[in-house]
Design a protein around this ligand. Structure first.
Ligand SMILES: [Zn+2]
Length: 164
């Protein structure tokens, strides 16, 4: 085996794909031996196998640009159970969990209104206090006010106006 020096590009590629691809696949792609790939990964990260297929929330955040709180929210929403590895790293995500999380984050428009609804839905709520519209029982239409959807709220306030 020709022991050529690693280029920066190869190193970057190795780090990026380490959690997704097997050392065998990476070795094949780079035209290097599996041993050389593992050894290089150990040199770069200080771990050859412990990190294989696992990624911390912090590292995922660094790699993707999503904030850690966004990732935590996705974890909670998707009910993903990270692997407890102990030590300063704490929880680690398996590669399929990372994929789930990234898919959810890209599909979800993370504006505040949307996040508020997701939070409420996670708690089984439709509005801050109610699980559905108090009058018609819809959860399809958004909450408008007083525990009512817009049409019910209109009806309610119209009745009130009429009765005055
Ligand atoms: Zn209603």
């Amino acid at each position: 085996m020709a022991s050529t020096l690693w280029t920066k590009k190869e190193e970057t590629w190795l780090i990026s794909y380490w959690v997704y691809k097997s050392p065998e696949k990476i070795a094949e792609k780079l035209g290097r031996s599996v041993g050389a790939v593992k050894k290089k990964m150990y040199k770069l990260t200080g771990s050859a196998n412990t990190g294989r297929g696992l990624e911390s929330i912090h590292s995922l955040s660094e790699r993707t640009g999503y904030f850690e709180y966004q990732i935590r929210r996705a974890i909670k929403h998707l009910r993903v159970k990270p692997v407890k590895v102990g030590g300063p790293v704490g929880y680690q995500l398996k590669d399929y969990q990372v994929e789930q999380i990234l898919q959810w984050l890209t599909e979800t428009d993370l504006d505040e209104e949307r996040l508020r609804k997701i939070r409420l839905k996670d708690q089984g709520l439709w509005s801050k206090k109610f699980t559905e519209c108090r009058d018609c029982g819809t959860t399809e239409r958004p909450h408008y006010g007083l525990g009512l959807c817009r049409p019910c709220w209109n009806r309610f306030t119209w009745k009130r106006r009429k009765n005055i």
